[in-house]
Design a protein around this ligand. Structure first.
Ligand code: AHG
Ligand code: MN
Ligand code: MN
Length: 330
């Protein structure tokens, strides 16, 4: 068997772009480094008091921060800052963007620890990241407009899943590749080359506790998923972990749709456009799927706020389009 490491893969891809500065490669390897450090802490979260439980603070969205949220945020910022080519970072855990190296050409948007409510119960969690070129001039201070870019402006995006094994999945706009971490030797190996959504319409994922708080179109679609019809392979299988990265990853491998709609208590949905929805939308389209807010392609939305929320529907093209047909009838 031919083994290819993430490091080798990054170098190979860089050679496909002669004259490239290698900036993007440096960013991906910074993320690789931070994810190894976080992965090691995640694996001993149950044992380490300094990692398990609440940090006693809240983020801008009024959500209680877990120690691991803060730990992961710091490790990713540190690793990216060390590479020198990142001028700023927007993170779920920080009210405002953080300015790094004025000479850097790239900004990062990230959810350093996705699925925080699952940390203390030993269930899969993740990290999500998005990379864009800055809009302002190199050498100047970074500004909010550098971060408020549409998903279509992303140059790279991906996630790390801390699951039964740790995996990194990313795209630079040239397909989606997945790497599995071998903690014994500290190396990510290419395990899932050219990932695409299977055609099979199989899984639907939603917090169904929100059924009665959702619109008629969403309720009708859930009812449709549960209907018995052999020809269309229904009922679909219901699966919901409550960590977006983990739910997304499973659906990417098995075929499915993930939904976080607007609800009566969260009229814009729950998930954040810039560091949850956009990066996974970029991966989705690269993997042949579709990501929408129910009316519009996610990656076309022009952001107005760093921590903006949007309704989110993502997965197999056919399943997302079926859902859209129910929303259109509302
Ligand atoms: P985070 O831990 O980064 O705040 O994200 C949590 C998100 C997402 O991962 C998950 O899919 C969703 O919240 C779950 O929300 P519900 O508990 O409302 O279903
Ligand atoms: Mn999240
Ligand atoms: Mn988070």
């Amino acid at each position: 068997m031919k083994l290819k490491t993430l490091g080798e893969f990054i170098i190979d891809r860089q050679q496909d772009f002669p004259g490239s500065s290698g900036d993007l490669s440096r960013i991906i390897s910074a993320i690789r480094l931070a994810s190894k450090i976080v992965s090691q802490q995640v694996n001993k979260a149950g044992l380490a008091r300094h990692i398990l439980g609440g940090a006693g603070t809240e983020n801008i969205q009024g959500e209680a921060q877990q120690k691991l949220d803060v730990y992961a945020d710091e490790r990713f910022i540190e690793a990216l800052n060390n590479r020198g080519n990142v001028c700023g970072i927007g993170s779920e855990e920080n009210d405002d963007f953080i300015e790094l190296n004025k000479d850097g050409k790239y900004i990062i948007l990230m959810d350093p620890l996705d699925g925080s409510s699952n940390i203390d119960v030993n269930v899969s969690i993740g990290t999500i990241f998005s990379v864009c070129k800055r809009k302002t001039e190199v050498g100047k201070s970074v500004e909010l407009k550098d971060f408020l870019q549409a998903g279509d402006d992303q140059v790279a995006a991906g996630y790390v899943l801390y699951g039964s094994s740790t995996m990194m999945v990313y795209t630079t706009g040239n397909g989606v590749n997945g790497f599995t971490y071998d903690p014994g030797i500290g190396v990510f190996f290419l395990s899932h080359p050219n990932m695409t959504f299977p055609k099979e319409n199989k899984i639907y994922s939603m917090n169904e506790g929100n059924y009665n708080k959702s619109s008629k179109g969403i309720q009708d679609y859930i009812d449709y998923c549960q209907e018995v019809d052999e020809k269309t392979n229904r009922p679909h299988t219901g699966r919901y972990i409550g960590s977006l990265v983990a739910d997304f990853h499973r659906n990417l491998i098995k075929g499915g749709i993930y939904m976080y709609p607007a609800t009566t208590s969260s009229p814009n949905g729950k998930l954040r456009l810039l560091y949850e929805c956009n990066p996974l939308a970029f991966l989705t389209e690269q993997a042949g799927g579709k990501a929408t807010d129910g009316k519009q392609r996610i990656m076309e939305i022009k952001p107005t706020q760093l921590h903006q929320r949007v309704p989110y529907f993502v997965g197999n093209t056919e399943m997302v389009e079926k859902l859209e047909s129910f929303i259109a009838k509302e």
